[in-house]
Design a protein. Structure first.
Length: 175
């Protein structure tokens, strides 16, 4: 298969496909493309944000738990801490927007609990293709928002704020 044919319907770029081909020493099969697509997704590998995340400060007198734990914990004074976890669920949400978004919230709640703290609120930051021209983006937006709110509300943890951005670069893979 040619890279152009392989990229149709996948989130892999031609550069990704060339890298896969070089690693295999041959053209990848459709199954190998699907495996690479999953493993190299932002959800699994943080390929596009890893560098940014590494540039953030991770130590300080108020840092209780830093990198390597399920959630970051920061002392805010008077014996209180704030725990924070970020979950990227773009690939699962692109496939099943309601379920992908809901399980993303579940992952955040789980990781907050594993560091011994209790979740009290959720925030979201989501990205989609332009909804005014794409029924697919409208469908993704509607179901992702519903998945986020339904999961949080069902366990008593409200979504108290969020932000959304629309850009053609998120048409194939919402974030």
């Amino acid at each position: 298969m040619t890279p152009q044919k392989l990229t149709v319907g996948t989130s892999l770029s031609e550069k990704d496909l060339e890298e896969l081909k070089a690693r295999l020493g041959r053209d990848p099969t459709p199954v190998e493309v699907a495996i690479a697509e999953a493993l190299w997704s932002e959800h699994c590998s943080y390929r596009t944000t890893r560098g940014l995340l590494r540039s953030l400060p991770t130590e300080g007198r108020r840092v209780v738990l830093g990198p390597g734990y399920d959630a970051g914990v920061i002392e805010v004074g008077d014996g209180y801490v704030v725990s924070v976890h970020i979950e990227s669920h773009n690939h699962p949400s692109a496939i099943d927007p309601y379920g992908g978004a809901a399980t993303g919230v579940g992952g955040v709640v789980r990781d907050i609990l594993t560091v011994g703290t209790r979740p009290i609120a959720l925030l979201n930051s989501i990205r989609f293709g332009p909804v005014e021209v794409s029924s697919h983006s409208r469908w993704l937006l509607s179901n992702v928002v519903r998945g986020i709110s339904d999961y949080g509300n069902s366990i008593g943890v409200p979504t108290v704020a969020g932000e959304v951005e629309f850009d053609p670069s998120f048409e194939r893979n919402c974030l």
